[in-house]
Design a protein around this ligand. Structure first.
Ligand SMILES: [Zn+2]
Length: 565
């Protein structure tokens, strides 16, 4: 299906700073305790919580990475030519356990041996690796894939798949939203000629394409395949009437009349707010009739990574406090697309966005973690700086985020997993969830959920794994959460001390009984295809935006007197 036509040396559209933070997670969870690789040859070794460490200063001069040829992408991480990958191996060796030693010999020992097939530190020594080989086979293939992908992204080769993204869609050619492959093909992505390229591109396009897939009338979610519910049809019909031509009409027969912009609210936004704007502009090419105003809102939104000079530009507005009463900026990318970042908890500025209109307003939250334990630490961090954050400070924090929904989930809780290694260490920077912890739907998300449900506009979510999805769904419905490990698998998504809920949570006032499903929970064809591997247990892998679902505030229709109870 894919073409392998390559264009010549057109200017690269992605620069390393622009793609520093290709992925996002929603602020409300943020168990980021990790160093996150980025889609960039620039090597990042920053931790979110580490941003308060003195040592956490940006590297100023990066060594030019050696060029790796395409047949030389596999290296054991601990011997990688790239320091970031070596450091990753070091962290795995210091926080994970040898599974064979632990499960068969009841020894808690760190892995010191690199599997020769995948290059990840997996076992205590060669003997234990041999012993656990059968079990490891299950994970070895994907670890090898990630190993090569990580070396490829840093190899210094021209990343043609990130360049020359198609813009205008020829009028006569419809886009297929069935999968990444068919979308790339029908959209004429010219430089995607391998599965690896598809994985790289899916990782940065998953945010705009997830939105496009949900909103487009030819998208993968329909009432025919059961994903759009009966109630959801009303919401989607309203949105489609603004996004698309009426049935049977053509551009020639429809009078040109300005339609209101579609407003997309991305809550708990982090790195998606620093995606290069041209990636968001893909939405304009997919919906050629529509103007979009995209709002990134949350305590962790990225404020622009630009210098003072660029800030002076006319099309670029930055305000410390003005306008929204919170640090913010607006970029008018073109006449049809504006991007606004507002660094504030959503509930603080909800009223400023009103009135709301279910025809033109749509909410998204990428991996909100509704069913994930609330983390007071996060609140401390995000609220501590409130009202005092200067631009430069904001910028500095943003640089250090480099975060990603699934990546952070995969890497969360890495260090300090084993407290006994240093019993005297104070672990106050560890996002430790006591057993009685509330889930985030009851805490950070409670008010925004209430506010958004009251607008009757649709609110869509993603999740990074089947368990993550089930956990979020159960939190809002007040039903039993999934058990912590997949059926038949000894592998747990999070360490035991992450107190995931084990029973239904209490109903949440204004939420639990106040919504209807619009989009049933299930797989998202536009999730990232890249595995994100957990450092605390490399057997754990998740994918950004793996699943998606959506809800809307209940509509109480006017009923006849005799129908009233
Ligand atoms: Zn292996």
């Amino acid at each position: 299906m894919r073409t392998s036509i390559r264009r010549g040396n057109l200017p690269r559209q992605l620069n390393s700073s622009a793609i520093r933070s290709p992925l996002v997670r929603c602020s409300a969870r943020l168990p980021a305790r990790c160093v996150v690789p980025t889609i960039s040859s620039q090597i990042q070794t920053r931790t979110f919580f580490g941003l308060f460490d003195k040592k956490a200063t940006p590297q100023v001069s990066e060594p030019v990475p050696p060029l790796l040829s395409q047949d030389d992408l596999f290296h054991p991480l601990s011997q990688s030519p790239f320091p970031a990958l070596k450091e990753k191996a070091d962290r795995i060796k210091s926080v994970s356990l040898c599974p064979t030693s632990f499960e068969k010999h009841h020894e808690r020992v760190r892995p010191a041996f690199d599997c020769p097939d995948c290059g990840w530190p997996t076992h205590k020594n060669q003997e234990r690796w041999e012993e656990g080989k059968e079990e490891h086979k299950e994970y070895c293939g994907r670890l090898r894939e990630v190993n090569e992908d990580e070396h490829d992204i840093r190899s210094g080769r021209p990343m043609t798949e990130f360049e020359n993204m198609p813009e205008e869609q020829p009028y006569e050619s419809a886009i297929s939203f069935a999968s990444w492959d068919t979308m790339f093909y029908t959209r004429n992505f010219l430089s995607i000629d391998s599965d690896r390229s598809v994985r790289h591109v899916s990782k940065i396009l998953t945010y705009p394409m997830t939105i496009a897939g949900v909103l487009h009338q030819n998208g993968p979610f329909t009432s025919g395949n059961g994903r759009i519910t009966r109630e959801g049809r009303r919401s989607m019909a309203a949105i489609h009437s603004v996004l698309h031509l009426p049935p049977g009409a053509t551009e020639g027969t429809v009078p040109e009349k300005p339609s209101p912009p579609v407003r997309l609210f991305l809550l708990g936004a982090r790195a998606e707010s620093t995606l290069p704007p041209h990636l968001w502009a893909q939405l304009c090419w997919l919906f050629p009739r529509t103007n979009f105003n995209i709002y990134f809102v949350g305590p962790e939104v990225g404020l622009p990574l630009v210098g003072a000079e660029q800030r002076q530009k006319k099309d670029y507005a930055f305000s410390e406090e003005a306008g929204w009463g919170a640090p913010s900026y607006t970029l008018n990318y073109n006449q049809r697309l504006s991007l606004t970042s507002i660094r504030a908890p959503y509930e603080q500025i909800h009223d400023q966005f009103g009135p709301f209109d279910p025809y033109t307003d749509v909410f998204f939250a990428f991996s909100p973690g509704f069913g994930f334990p609330h983390q007071p630490l996060l609140e401390k961090i995000t609220k501590g700086g409130k009202g005092q954050m200067t631009f430069d400070r904001a910028e500095e924090i943003n640089k250090s985020e480099a975060g990603a929904t699934a990546e952070e989930a995969a890497n969360s809780y890495s260090p300090n997993e084993i407290e006994e290694t240093d019993p005297n260490a104070t672990s106050k920077d560890v996002p430790y969830a006591p057993p009685e912890t509330l889930v985030q739907a009851q805490t950070t998300w409670r008010k925004p959920l209430q506010q958004i449900l009251s607008t009757k506009c649709p609110f869509f979510f993603t999740a990074f794994s089947p368990l993550d999805l089930q956990r979020d769904v159960s939190a809002l419905f007040g039903t039993n959460p999934p058990s912590a490990s997949s059926p038949g698998s000894p592998v747990r998504e999070f360490p035991d001390y992450v107190a995931l809920p084990t029973g239904p949570i209490e109903p949440i006032e204004g939420v639990t009984d106040e919504f209807e499903l619009v989009l049933t929970p299930g797989v998202n064809p536009f999730g990232s295809l890249k595995w994100e591997i957990a450092e605390w247990d490399v057997r754990v892998g998740v994918k950004t935006n793996w699943g998606t679902w959506g809800i809307r505030g209940k509509k109480y229709d006017v009923v006849n007197g005799r129908d009233r109870v």
